[in-house]
Design a protein around this ligand. Structure first.
Ligand SMILES: Nc1ncnc2c1ncn2[C@@H]1O[C@H](COP(=O)(O)OP(=O)(O)OP(=O)(O)O)[C@@H](O)[C@H]1O
Ligand SMILES: [Mg+2]
Length: 369
């Protein structure tokens, strides 16, 4: 899948912009605050209907305007015209594919797979378990509609059951039968979700090892561990889930919330069997984040049969030259890629080829170099 052109209207600092892209590497170069990340953000909107930065669409509207518009042409064998139009007056966002309004997220996600590596990826390896769950789910939801629907269903169940527990905690009502029904549903869809994640996570590990090997040539070996149901490692997930719920029953009623289930899962990353989150250096964290995104890319490519668009925001700053060179070499294998840089001068290893496009942003506007 190739994004051949992009048009932005009142999107952050971009009043009106039309860009044409290469099917290989696209460098977006310019000083701080000139709108490089905003261009990546608009591409992310086209593929996912939303921003990777904010959940507020209003924030994205150019100051003083009432809405923003993003138009993109994707081509494979056929051309798809996609647009996202947001109006802050009604707080309404419409997504069109070939002029047809798409209502359901599940009809959109996965059509144009996308992978983005940003400085915020620090959260994946350094942050909370919620950040890691979000990362894992965002990959798997693009690859499997079944998983996507299962996750929505499970999240709804957690919400309903938590509301019931909270009501019971405040002694508003005693609905033990209703709670039992929700508990059963939680165990049912939660166990299924864990099975999916187990399978997915062990598959992803292979891709991460491969990406790591290509970046570092085997000096460090990464591994991934899935931590679910308080560290359970056996095969009888449903039974263990049921036992744990029983064990935490009083605690759940006392605190008025759901304490057991895959909404508490965590994913542990290791290098040479040492916990990255606790002991990793800055560069090791960054390298791991890069490997995770390369792994995501090749996983999605394999599973969806479509080549994702790859976005890299500010990647090269924290890495030593050797690692940076290998990453840039690997980008040639990837497909269409968008890379933001503040400057080319210190990055002579990024060997530009004729088919690449360099878009320069400066105060007077946008030029192709
Ligand atoms: N809603 C908005 N309307 C107008 N301008 C905005 C809006 N939101 C952000 N901006 C401005 O638009 C620019 C967007 O910057 P962006 O994050 O894309 O810059 P960047 O080129 O990636 O910079 P850096 O190199 O620092 O990462 C910033 O100057 C920001 O202040
Ligand atoms: Mg930026």
């Amino acid at each position: 899948m190739i994004l051949t052109s992009l048009r932005l209207k009142n999107f952050r600092c971009h009043k009106e912009v039309l860009l044409n892209f290469s099917e290989n590497l696209n460098y977006i170069v310019g000083g701080n605050g000139l709108g490089k990340t905003a261009i990546l953000e608009s591409i992310y909107f086209l593929c996912t209907t939303k921003s990777q930065i904010t959940s507020s669409d209003k924030e994205v509207v150019n100051f003083g305007e009432i809405g923003f518009e993003v138009y993109g042409s994707f081509s494979n064998q056929v051309t798809d015209e996609v647009s996202v139009v947001f109006t802050s007056e009604t707080n309404k966002k419409n997504y069109y594919q070939n002029q047809k309004l798409k209502h359901r997220l599940s009809d959109i996600i996965g059509n144009f797979p996308i992978v983005i590596l940003t400085p915020a990826d620090h959260q994946i390896t350094m942050g909370y378990s919620a950040d890691r769950r979000k990362f894992i789910d965002s990959i798997y939801c693009q690859a499997s509609r079944t998983y996507f629907k299962l996750l929505l269903d499970y999240n709804r169940t957690v919400k309903q059951r938590a509301a019931l527990l909270n009501g019971m905690k405040e002694n508003k009502f005693n609905k033990a039968n209703e709670l039992d029904a929700w508990t059963e549903k939680l165990i049912e869809s939660g166990s299924e979700l864990i099975c999916y994640r187990k399978k997915f996570f062990s598959e992803l590990e292979t891709y991460v090892k491969q990406a790591y090997f290509e970046i570092l040539n085997d000096r460090e070996t990464p591994s991934l561990k899935y931590f679910y149901l308080s560290g359970y490692e056996g095969d009888n997930i449903k039974k263990h889930f049921t036992d744990l719920i029983e064990k935490f029953k009083n605690e759940e009623l006392r605190r008025g919330t759901c304490l057991v289930g895959p909404h508490k899962d965590d994913f542990v990353f290791e290098i040479n069997n040492i916990n990255l989150r606790t002991f990793g250096s800055q560069g090791q964290h960054k390298t791991f984040q890069v490997a995770l995104r390369f792994a995501e890319f090749f996983y999605l490519k394999e599973k969806t049969g479509k080549t994702p668009i790859f976005l890299l925001d500010d990647v090269f700053g924290e890495l030593d030259t050797k690692r940076a060179v290998r990453i840039s070499e690997n980008l040639r294998k990837v497909g269409q890629t968008f890379i933001t840089l503040t400057d080319f001068t210190n990055l002579s290893y990024l060997q530009r080829q004729n088919s690449d496009v360099v878009i320069k942003l400066d105060k007077s506007g946008i030029t192709y170099a």
